[in-house]
Design a protein. Structure first.
Length: 427
């Protein structure tokens, strides 16, 4: 039979260089979705009787456009998943992971990261998955899997290609490797078809947790599942009970002590909200990205449910010609701290920030106070639609997606804000 091996499309974890190997894994990003659609044209004229994917969502999303175009169902086989990273899941540091795989090639098949898998465990489940596909009797089948798993299995099970070439060739997102053969007769290499990838990916976090301030794009891409609001990474999760939520908080506390970095935690009945920022820097750093991804693993393992729509940060904005004169009054009456010349924050992070917007000229008629509501970037448009449906009016979308200006029926204004395009707009 002919077998097409395809690596999944690009994900935020790829961009951030994170060891994303556990179920369900990151979704495809916009580039990955475009890459997935290229499979339709690249395989035009090639027979494909069935399509398979691992149990990580990115492989299923990669094969979906091709499957739809061919009228095929996507069959999920867990054995096709990535080589497991164990304790290093979602870490930006790859030394132990790569080292264990290198040890397999050097003959130490028992090497593995604690909580991961050794060579015998990997090859047993991957061989079983391939055998299941072959036993279905297809003349030609396609499977979508993962970089390390594909490279390791090709190197160990396919003839007609030198092991040095398997290790040295680029296995980019949606690369197609074509084989002929069967489990009984063995597999022979036919072709290695790569796709042109973007010349410039968004910058990835520093691979070691140094105190380096990340840009908004780096922070957002570095921690899939978390959202960047007002310079902090945020995650809200719901749990089956207060006891489950409290146990999760205890697990987070133990993890934080272990790595020496600590999140802000708010526990209210069965809902837990967490926020991360490196206080010594006053911004998100790779320390926060690393801890965020480790916490995400805990959420998945313990059965928590992320709640994206619950994420929002509110700022009260005061329009003024002279912030220096009025800021001390508000700092005193609220017992807030000044962190910038135009910004007051609640040291407990319970109340909204107070931001003083410098006017170019007095506006005596307009309301002098409005609300800035910062939400997850991929929730903003849904919230905008709800606000307009509730009687709101769009005043301006000139600076979208950084912010939209809305007003109620009386003319009171609110800005719906995200982190996006702030660096480009200088705000």
């Amino acid at each position: 039979m002919r077998l097409y091996l395809v690596r999944h499309g690009r994900t935020p974890s790829n961009v951030a260089r994170l060891l994303d190997t556990a179920i369900p894994g990151a979704d495809l990003d916009a580039v990955g979705q475009d890459q997935a659609r290229t499979l339709i044209e690249r395989l035009e004229g090639h027979r494909v009787d069935a399509v398979y994917a691992s149990d990580l969502v990115r492989t299923q999303q990669t094969v979906a456009p091709l499957a739809e175009s061919r009228g095929l169902d996507v069959r999920v086989i867990g054995g096709l998943r990535e080589i497991q990273a164990g304790e290093d899941e979602m870490s930006p540091v790859w030394e132990r992971y790569v080292g264990s795989l290198r040890s397999w090639g050097e003959g130490d098949r028992a090497a593995k990261i604690p909580g991961g898998e050794d060579a015998d465990e990997f090859f047993a489940r991957y061989d079983h998955a391939i055998a299941e596909i072959a036993a279905a009797g297809h003349d030609a089948a396609l499977l979508v899997s993962h970089g390390a798993a594909l490279r390791m299995w090709i190197g160990g099970r396919v003839s007609g290609i030198d092991i040095a070439e398997v290790v040295g060739r680029r296995l980019g997102n949606t690369t197609i490797v074509t084989l002929d053969g069967s489990p009984e007769e063995g597999w022979t290499f036919v072709d290695w078809d790569e796709i042109d990838e973007p010349l410039e990916w968004p910058s990835a976090p520093t691979p070691t947790p140094e105190l380096v301030e990340l840009t908004g794009a780096e922070a957002s891409a570095g921690a899939p599942g978390w959202r960047l609001l007002l310079g902090r990474l945020h995650l809200t999760t719901d749990w089956a009970s207060f006891a489950d939520a409290a146990a999760f908080v205890a697990a987070v506390a133990a993890l934080a002590e272990q790595v020496g970095h600590h999140p802000e935690v708010d526990l209210r009945f069965a809902r837990v909200h967490l926020a991360l920022r490196t206080h010594d820097v006053g911004a998100v750093t790779p320390l926060d990205v690393d801890l965020a991804n480790r916490i995400s693993v805990l959420v998945h393992e313990r059965g928590g449910r992320p709640v994206l729509a619950a994420l929002a940060e509110v700022e009260v904005a005061i329009d003024t010609m002279d912030a220096a004169t009025i800021l001390p009054f508000w700092a005193a009456v609220l017992d807030y701290e000044a962190v910038e010349d135009d910004l007051l924050v609640d040291p407990q992070h319970l109340g909204p920030n107070l931001w003083f917007q410098q006017l170019d000229e007095p506006r005596p008629v307009r309301n002098r106070i409005h609300l800035d509501v910062t939400v997850a970037h991929d929730e903003a448009e849904a919230r905008l639609e709800r606000a307009l449906a509730a009687g709101g009016r769009l005043v301006s979308d000139e600076r979208a997606p950084s912010w939209w200006i809305l007003a109620d029926a009386d003319g009171n204004e609110a800005c719906l804000c995200t982190w996006q395009d702030r660096d480009q707009q200088g705000v």
